[in-house]
Structure formats: structure tokens, C-alpha cells
Design a protein around this ligand. Structure first.
Ligand SMILES: O=C(O)CCC(=O)C(=O)O
Ligand SMILES: [Fe+2]
Length: 501
């Protein structure tokens, strides 16, 4: 699977480069072959020019007579066989089969995944299909545009996914771009008719039957043999769908999208948050103090800036590249992992055996104050087109798989890249958003001191709009932490009471 991560898309780029070279070789071989055919007929034509002056005289020459006979017996047959065998085409076919037969070659599902990613970006960041087609994201032109047929393909996939409203928007952009195209009207007519047909069907699905007919009628009037005629009949004989299939918005969604866009709800009382240097937490910070930014109090969320250098990060990513990245799942029952649209990224796991990972391990121990005996190894994730992780808590609660020493008491999330646009981490219940900053680490506790889940820590990774996002997560479990984070005298789990997921 490719679309869920930028690093695996790079593999596809390499495959395309091979396709490009194979096609270039094919064209060159074919051109050379055509040239030999042309030379052949030029030569024969010359003979005929000579012969046309006096055929008897021409054939009176025994060499001419021999050559004519030889051409008839052999040369024309050779030519015919060469043309029919078409070696360059055969070689090309073999090469293409070889390159595309691989199980890893993307299929229609991949395209659908990528289109879903685009649709998600549109929804979360309030982007119009027009702006996206122009390559303008939040007013910034990012250097790529779509052509009418790209928009058309996106629209068709959205239609198939039953996202009719969005499909209509993309069909309209496709139609507009097609109309603006500098080509004669006749060539545009067929694709325009097809777009109208889709628009009619999408509107029909949304319950706008009249509009559907208004869209189809001119297409049929213009060309009575058009397939739109049978579509019109279909609409006549099938009752319109009783209710539209469009997915309903969820209640959490507006909160989520607002924070993803970097907008907080203004709060009436704001707790004073501080940035400070901390050299006391652990001896290793004596000379290079921790740069701490408080982003929320109770539950505390802190960002530690400049924790990893670029060369640390390059080392971590290099190790991650050595593993095969897997599409990320979500916890969904006992020891089960589900692959769903709510988590679109790829991930791998790194243990602490290398010097760099040992350093990361020691940093997390020193910052958190926790015993790392119960820590998981680091999960490294990479998000691609529209890659995201919808609101979730990091604790397992009743889904805790066997083999862990308690639930995930804390999350330490390292940002291993900057992200050009989007990809914020947001805490949907706390009105907090964080822009990924390469080298920073964010840490919070997922459990109350009573070890009950702190539902207020629900958070999400917003879809990446432009760029590639890489993070590294280290989850520490509650086993062995009795002394580093003892219980309060009161049951602080009550802070979460009344809040459900
Ligand atoms: O990508 C993010 O910002 C959040 C990721 C996350 O919450 C997770 O991996 O558990
Ligand atoms: Fe998380």
C-alpha cells in the first residue's frame, strides 16, 4: 500500500522511472525500425523510377531481373514478417508485464485511497475543489496543478464512494477546465456529455430528480445515440432514492477541524502558561537545560524543544527505513488491529539497541522520571497524502492486550519532521493544537494518578495537507511507577467523571 506514506510513494516514483525508460527504449527501437522500412521502399521506388523509362530495357538487364525476383520471393516476405512480429512492441510488452505484474503495483483501491485522502483534506481544511485543482492550499500555491481529466477521475472515484456532493463539485471543475481547453468544440463534446451524465446521476442520488433531467435532456437532444438516453430511461423507471447516502457529520468533527486549522475557541479564563528552562530535572540537563513549553495544565501537556538534533533524527529514520513499514492499525478488540480510514499512516518499531535509540531511551527516562522497564519500543510513523489519525486516547483501558505491565501511563511523541502545512496534533477536549516542530517532543500522562484513564487526553493527528509527517512514539506503562508517580489521597479519576468517549 502506497498512499498512506510518503516514503513508500518514493518506491512508486522509482517504478515509474523504469516505465519511462522502457517506453523511451521502445519508441527509439520502433523509430529505427520504421527507418529501415522507409529505406526499403525508397530503394524499390528508385528501381521503379528507373524501370518506368523503359520496362523491357530495364528487365533486359539480368541483374535487374534477378533483383525483382529476389524481392518478390524474399524481401517483401521478410518485410511483412518483421512488421507483423514487431520486435520492439514485443520487447515492450514483456517489459511492461514484468514491471506491472508485481503484486506491489498499485490498483484501483490505491487510487480510491488517495482520492479519499484528498476529500478528507477538503473537508478538514475547508478547501474548495477549485483551489485544490489550482494547487492553492490556504492561499499558497504549492507548485502543482490538476488537469480536467485528473479532476474527472477524482470525481468518478468520489461518485463510486457515494460522496455525491463532493463528486458534483469535482465534476463541475472538470467541466470548467475542459471548456477552457484550447481545442475544437467537437473533441470536447463527448467528455462533456459524460460529465453531464455523471452530474445527473449524482444529483439524482441526492434527490434532485428534476435537475437530473435538466442535465440529461440537452445531452440526448444533441446526440440521440448518446448513452445518456439509456440513463434517462433508467431515471424514468427507477424511483429516486428516498434519502441521500451522504455521510452525516459527527459531533466531534467541528471541534476537530477547527483545531486542525489552528483555531482555538477563545477562553474566558485563561490559565497562565509558561515557557522555561529546566536544568534541575535530571543531571543530564545541568549543562544543556530542557526548553519546556507548557501547552496545557491539568492535564499537563508539555513540549520539550530541541530535544533531538537533525543528525539524531537522520539516524533514527535511517534505521526505520531498514524495516518494512506496515500500514498502521487501531486497537479493535483483544490483540487485534484494524486497518481503517481513521488511521492513515505507516509505521515500524525500533528497539533501544543502537547508540541513537539508547540516547532516546535515556532522554525519555530523564524527562519523564519513569522507570523504563515497562516502556514499549519506539513506534516510528510516516503519514502520506491526507495521512491522519482521528481522535483517540492512547490508553487501552478494557482492551489492554496481554503482556503489558499496566496501561499506557504516558506518551512521549517526538516530531521527526516539520510539516509544510497541516498535520497538527490536536487535543479535542482541551482546546489545544500543536504544530509539528522537528526535534521537539511532546509529553503527557494518559492515566490519572489512580491509574484510571484520563479521557481528557483524547487527541488526534490532523491530515497532512502539504509535506510528509514523521513521528516517533514511546509509550510507558504503569507497571513499576509506584514511586515515581504515587496515588493522591483523593481519587483523581473523578476529574474524568461525566466525560465519556
Ligand atoms: O500524529 C499525531 O500528531 C498524533 C499521533 C498519535 O496520536 C498516535 O500515534 O497515537
Ligand atoms: Fe495517540
Amino acid at each position: 500500500e502506497y498512499y498512506s506514506s510518503v516514503s513508500s510513494m518514493i518506491v512508486l516514483g522509482d517504478v515509474e522511472l523504469e516505465l519511462l525508460m522502457a517506453t523511451r527504449d521502445f519508441l527509439k527501437a520502433q523509430q529505427e525500425q520504421l527507418e529501415t522500412y522507409r529505406d526499403f521502399i525508397v530503394n524499390i521506388n528508385n528501381e521503379h523510377i528507373m524501370a518506368s523509362e523503359d520496362f523491357d530495357d530495364y528487365l533486359g538487364n539480368p541483374l535487374h531481373a534477378f533483383k525483382l525476383l529476389k524481392r518478390m520471393v524474399k524481401d517483401w516476405k521478410d518485410l511483412y514478417e518483421n512488421v507483423v512480429a514487431d520486435k520492439p512492441l514485443e520487447d515492450f510488452r514483456k517489459k511492461m508485464l514484468e514491471l506491472t505484474a508485481d503484486d506491489a503495483f498499485p490498483d484501483l483501491d490505491e487510487l480510491r485511497g488517495a482520492v479519499k485522502g484528498l476529500a478528507r483534506l477538503q473537508q478538514v481544511y475547508n478547501l474548495t475543489a477549485y483551489d485544490m485543482a489550482d494547487g492553492v492550499f490556504n492561499g499558497i500555491y504549492e507548485g502543482a496543478q490538476l488537469q480536467w481529466h485528473d479532476c474527472f477521475d477524482i470525481a468518478v472515484q468520489l461518485f463510486e464512494l457515494k460522496q455525491y456532493k463532493n463528486a458534483i463539485e469535482w465534476f463541475m471543475v472538470a467541466a470548467d477546465l475542459l471548456r477552457q481547453l484550447d481545442e475544437d468544440e467537437k473533441t470536447k463534446q463527448k467528455p462533456l456529455a459524460e460529465i453531464h451524465e455523471y452530474l445527473a446521476l449524482a444529483n439524482y442520488q441526492l434527490g434532485h430528480s428534476e435537475l437530473a433531467h435538466e442535465l440529461l435532456d440537452p445531452v440526448v437532444d444533441l446526440d440521440s445515440t448518446s448513452p445518456a438516453e439509456s440513463t434517462r430511461e433508467y431515471l424514468n423507471y427507477n424511483p429516486p432514492p428516498s434519502k441521500c447516502h451522504e455521510e452525516q457529520g459527527f459531533s466531534w468533527f467541528s471541534n476537530y477541524t477547527r483545531l486542525c486549522q489552528g483555531r482555538r475557541v477563545p477562553e474566558s479564563t485563561t490559565t497562565p502558561l509558561k515557557c522555561f528552562l529546566d536544568s534541575k530535572r535530571h543531571a543530564i540537563f545541568r549543562l544543556a537545560p530542557l526548553k519546556v513549553e507548557q501547552v496545557h495544565l491539568d492535564p499537563d501537556i508539555n513540549v520539550y524543544h530541541g530535544i533531538l538534533t537533525n543528525s539524531h533524527i537522520a539516524g533514527i529514520l535511517e534505521q526505520a527505513e531498514e524495516h518494512v513499514m506496515q500500514r498502521s492499525g487501531v486497537a479493535g478488540g483483544k490483540d487485534k488491529s484494524l486497518i481503517r480510514d481513521l488511521r492513515v499512516s505507516q509505521q515500524t518499531w525500533l528497539n533501544y539497541s543502537s547508540p541513537i535509540m539508547e540516547h532516546v531511551h535515556d532522554l525519555v527516562a530523564a524527562i519523564s522520571g519513569f522507570d523504563m522497564k515497562s516502556a514499549e519500543i519506539m513506534q516510528v510513523a510516516n503519514y502520506g497524502v491526507g495521512g491522519q489519525y482521528e481522535p483517540h486516547p492512547d490508553y487501552f483501558d478494557y482492551l489492554l492486550p496481554a503482556g503489558y505491565e499496566g496501561d499506557r501511563i504516558s506518551t512521549s511523541m517526538f516530531y521527526l519532521s516539520d510539516v509544510a502545512q497541516g498535520g497538527y496534533t490536536v487535543f479535542t477536549r482541551l482546546n489545544v493544537f500543536l504544530r509539528p516542530i522537528k526535534g521537539a517532543m511532546v509529553m503527557w500522562h494518559n492515566l490519572h494518578r489512580s491509574l484510571r484513564p484520563d479521557v481528557r487526553t483524547q487527541h488526534a493527528g490532523c491530515p497532512v495537507l502539504v509535506g510528509s509527517k514523521r513521528i516517533g512514539n514511546i509509550w510507558i506503562h504503569s507497571g513499576h511507577q509506584e514511586f515515581s508517580r504515587p496515588c493522591e489521597l483523593f481519587n483523581d479519576g473523578e476529574k474524568s467523571t461525566g466525560l465519556t468517549l
